[in-house]
Design a protein around this ligand. Sequence first.
Ligand code: URA
Length: 265
Amino acid sequence: MGMNLDWHGALAALDWQVDLGATEAIADAPVDRFAESEALAARAAAPAAPVTPPVSAPPLVPLADADPVAEAQAAANAAGTLEELRDAMAAYEHCVLKGGARSLVFADGRPEARVMIVGEAPGRDEDLQGLPFVGKAGQLLDRMFAAIGLGRAEPDPGRALYITNVLPWRPPQNRDPTPQEIAMLRPFLERHIALADPAILVVMGNIPCDALLGRRGITRLRGTWTEVLGRPALPMFHPSFLLRQPAQKRHAWTDLLTLKDRLEA
Ligand code: URA
């Protein structure tokens, strides 16, 4: 069965592939695979060189001995400032997502803001720019919060936003994080919240609900105040979901008004 693809359909399909990271298969410089395979063949034909062990190999810690969660906890606890926390995350080597990402996406906005938003993970635009929520979902997020007078560049902490994500690195093809990845990144997120010390947390989408509330089901959780690390927290629909399901925006609006009321109380 054939599929008729018009110009708009083809462009949307291409956009979708770019969103999924298809462009990342293209390196900056061309690779001559013919020369590569000739070199391999030549190496295979050459007599084998004697294998000598490296003279001063560094002692290797067997991977099985390292506890990624305990190490993340220790590194996060040792950070006394947001800058130190960012450095500790940059130095953390147990998360495979780091290897596939261009940037460590730490935060944006004002750390002194009363409201801190926790999103899911950087996408393509965030990975390229090194800042959270700068793509289409981020633009919607900015419009949503501007509607109640809040923004990441507002100088007044009462109107400012501070924004981070559960994952500081973009997952390949924007896949969901594994439970192990969430567990090893949670100590950094918790320390991030403690250091920023917001009055209110907005828990944006299922992944942060999983990481901070220990359960998913945003359709049920949204709009009801709960507590995270001793702070009032409001789960809300993620703007990416709202871009796909615009009819749900009325719920997001209700939740924004709930947040506004709390800030003005
Ligand atoms: N979605 C998120 O959850 N976070 C971002 O930074 C971008 C998109």
